[in-house]
Design a binder for this molecule. Sequence first.
Ligand code: NDP
Length: 246
Amino acid sequence: MNALSNKNALVTGGSRGIGAATVLALAEAGADVAFTYNSSPDAAATIVKEIERLGRRGFAIEADATDATVVANAVREAHGSLGGLDILVNNAGMGAIGPIEGFTSAEIDRALAINVRAVYAACQAAAPLLADGGRLIHLGSCAAARVTGPGMTLYAMTKAALVGLSKGLAREFGVRNVTSNVVQPGPIDTDMNPADGPYADPQIAHLALDRFGSPAEVAAAITYLAGPHAAYITGTELTIDGGHTA
Ligand code: NDP
């Protein structure tokens, strides 16, 4: 029997990158998976087909993370379509890189809305729906633990906020044996942070390992946290960063 047989999962931002790899890893481990997307309907449709090819049920839900009401409705829709909810992976996020003087109030609000408020809204909506023994997993960043140069202030702030949110959730949900943890990736080769992009070499220079990570490597850690062997891990951070914080 697969580790996640009979489990129902929702991944936000599952159309591309780490989210897409996570959707497929959870399905491979036996879960039925719903995921949200925003601007990539074709990629989302492909991911649904991949889930079905793995023999699981897949549901793609259009939900812009800038709108907390839309996010909450997506959680309820996922719960209804799947017939339950055991695992919520808050993955959807945006980069917000640049000097502190450069961001307008609207840009700061957008980064906070997508990277922080949407996570709160998803967990709030999931609270009455999540099964006992469930999992809350949030995509933070190694930048919450160590910032290696200028231009990371806004992004690091949004990702550090998830550490506090997750610890609070661990305390709120612990009585139901629901765990809450942050996964903190280092540089991972995705559209957001391509391994052949102009900022790749300076990032690699701060690592112990001499390469970017892959979405599948992060998805494997998320799948572990979602599974039965991680039942006693809560309120902490799992770092997958090639030694960025070493
Ligand atoms: P990508 O940009 O490659 O993919 C982002 C995913 O999030 C897409 O599926 C996208 O969906 C979705 N998304 C983006 N904006 C919204 C929105 N407004 N509403 C709903 N969905 C949205 O990012 P990564 O895979 O690289 O990153 C995933 C997570 O990991 C993020 O939280 C990121 O901050 C974090 N992370 C990434 C690192 C990296 O080096 N790549 C390092 C550390 C953390 P669609 O295309 O449909 O809009």
